[in-house]
Design a protein around this ligand. Structure first.
Ligand code: AP5
Ligand code: MG
Length: 214
């Protein structure tokens, strides 16, 4: 099962993708998490990606596409995967399409988690992310057991640099300009599914399971 998560920054793509990965036993692949791991490890890729991410802009396709193609060619992806944060532009979607076509494969579901912009800025200020394992929390909706500490691995939780309100506004603009056209792209392919992302996270997941099958 090859699944793509679509939606604005903060719509809950990562939250739902992790639940999908656990239930259907497929890898969760987040380009954002891969870039953040590279930033943390001080790699060349991380240094380059950080300048774009901190400004709320997209990392150029030249740094993103090969990285993702390499990841989905790994053995653990043979039975499918859930992509979170990729594709984010029409050229990225076309590259994915070509790569899959050469193997007689295609995207099975593109799930759009719909949340209005007005909800997004509020959510982002409350998000806390684990610097080590990438787990995400929300100080009100999904708090960790101990404030500031990851339940899963015990590392420190941080407010992402790009979650400051002024950067969130920029990310939303980039989303509308460059990523939202993917909704029509996947609708035309007949694989688009919509879920209401303003519900609580369990209700959103129930809707996704209805789409994917139990
Ligand atoms: P990325 O890490 O992908 O960020 P994003 O798309 O902006 O999305 P977020 O991770 O911010 O939100 P999310 O939808 O995953 O929401 P979450 O589940 O955390 O990318 C970061 C940057 O990397 C980009 O800006 C770009 O620069 C670069 N990048 C990455 N991929 C790229 C690509 N392919 N091409 C180019 N550049 C790329 O939820 C948000 C908060 O809400 C959390 O606190 C969560 O706990 C809470 N929450 C979740 N669901 C609910 C709910 N139902 N009700 C209430 N609260 C909820
Ligand atoms: Mg995310």
């Amino acid at each position: 099962m090859k699944i793509i998560m679509l939606g604005a920054p903060g719509a809950g793509k990562g939250t739902q993708a992790k639940m999908i990965a656990a239930k259907y036993n497929i890898p969760h692949i987040s380009t954002g998490d891969i870039f953040r791991a590279n930033i943390k490890n001080g790699t060349e890729l991380g240094k380059k990606a950080k300048t774009y991410m901190d400004a709320g802009q997209l990392v150029p396709d030249s740094l993103t596409v090969d990285l993702l193609m390499d990841r989905i060619s790994k053995e653990d992806c043979a039975g499918g995967y859930v992509l979170d944060g990729f594709p984010r532009t029409i050229p990225q979607a076309e590259c994915l399409e070509e790569a899959l076509k050469s193997r007689n494969e295609a995207v099975d579901y593109a799930i759009n988690v719909e949340v209005p912009d007005s909800n997004i800025v509020k959510r982002m200020g409350g998000r806390r992310a684990c610097v080590t394992c990438g787990a995400t929390y929300h100080i009100v909706h999904i708090p960790p057991k101990t404030e500031g500490i990851c339940d899963k691995c015990g590392s420190e939780l941080i407010l992402r640099d790009d979650d400051k309100p002024e950067t969130v506004e920029k990310r939303l603009k980039v989303y509308h300009d460059q990523t939202k056209p993917l909704i029509d792209f996947y609708s035309e392919k007949g694989v688009l599914k919509e879920v209401d992302g303003t519900q609580d996270m369990k209700a959103v997941f129930e809707d996704i399971v209805k789409i994917l099958g139990a």
